[in-house]
Structures are given as C-alpha cells and as structure tokens.
Write a protein that binds this ligand. Structure first.
Ligand SMILES: [Zn+2]
Length: 193
C-alpha cells in the first residue's frame, strides 16, 4: 500500500500538531515504542516508532542473512497493519495506506561527541552506541468513526521483545495520552475522539 493521502492529512490542524509533537521525542528506550494518533473527520492517521531492539532484537545494520530476513519480515508486518491493529467492526474502518521504514538513529551522546571534534571518540561511539528505529505510518478511513470504541493491538504478540507503547492521540475533542502494554494492549477511545 502506498501512502497517498498523508500529505493532505499532514496539512490539517491535527496532522500539524502531531508532526510538531513527534519531533520532541529524540531518545528511545528499549522495550518502549511510541504510537501517535490523529483523528480528523472519518480519517485516522497513526505513526508508530519502535526501537530496532523491540522489533528484531538488534540495532546494528543487518549483516547475516537471518538478520536481513528478520528486518524484511518486520517491514512486511508493519506494512500490512490489518494484523497488528484490530478496530471495532461496527466502525467500518479500513487501512487505506501503510508504509514502514527502518532508520539509523544517533544518540544524544553521539551528537555531543561529534561536537567535540574528536574523530576517534566519534568512531568508537558510532560502533558501540548506534541505535535504529522502525517507523511506520498508517492511514485509516472509517464509515462510522463514532462507533470506534477500542483499538486492540496485536503488536505485542507480533513483536515479543516489545513491552510498551506510549500513545499520544489528538482529535477535535482534544488530546490524551495512554500507555499500552503487553498485559493491557487495548486502547480505549470511547468519548475521547
Ligand atoms: Zn536503541
């Protein structure tokens, strides 16, 4: 699926607020991912960011064939989100776009050491401290979004090293945050969107 309506959506108020919020998260903690949700009209935009450690169990560039396969499987799962997110059938929501990527990530330490101008230290840091992060964007369209009361995540079943997802959601009713975990993977939306 190709993301085709994201650009138009990003221009909306909710999309802009979401994008602004996303830039405030720089560091990541292994075991914890982030799920940003913006609801506007009958559309839902979701952005997932999760450490490579949570998704494939490593964050260095894939070298072995098994590692490359693990990355490909993960990207495929994240690009086909019907299996990862279960929405109330009554709401008639369907994914209209999904896109997943794997990014390298600099730590704050790396950034500081880059400023130090000490090339040896930077090389050591890049070797030892590199992080990577999976990033996925989803767009859903719903026939009856007012009937959407929960989103159940199979994310924790699919990715056994993931422990938590910090949710930030925004709609024209306001914003709220929530934490989803392996033991409590259901996001409650009733009265909130
Ligand atoms: Zn990491």
């Amino acid at each position: 699926m190709k993301v085709t309506v994201l650009t138009a959506f990003a221009l909306s108020a909710a999309g802009a607020a979401l994008a602004q919020d996303m830039h405030q998260h720089d560091a990541h903690v292994h075991g914890r991912g982030a799920l940003d949700i913006a609801v506007e009209g009958e559309n839902i935009l979701m952005e997932l960011r999760a450490p490579g450690a949570d998704i494939v169990g490593f964050e260095y560039p894939a070298r072995e064939i098994e590692e490359k396969a693990a990355v490909a499987v993960a990207l495929n799962l994240l690009s086909n989100p019907e299996d990862l997110f279960v929405l109330d059938a009554a709401a008639g929501c369907g994914f209209v776009a999904a896109e997943a990527e794997l990014h390298g990530k600099k730590t704050q330490d790396d950034a500081q050491e880059r400023d130090d101008d000490d090339k040896t230290e930077l090389a050591d840091s890049a070797e030892a401290g590199g992080h990577s992060e999976f990033h996925a964007e989803f767009v859903l369209s719903c026939d009856h979004i007012e009937r959407l009361k929960t989103i159940s995540l199979n994310y924790f079943k699919a990715f056994e090293r993931a422990e938590a997802l910090e949710v930030q959601a925004i709609s024209d009713k306001g914003s709220f945050s929530a934490e989803l975990t392996r033991d409590a993977p259901v996001l409650k939306l009733e009265g909130r969107i």
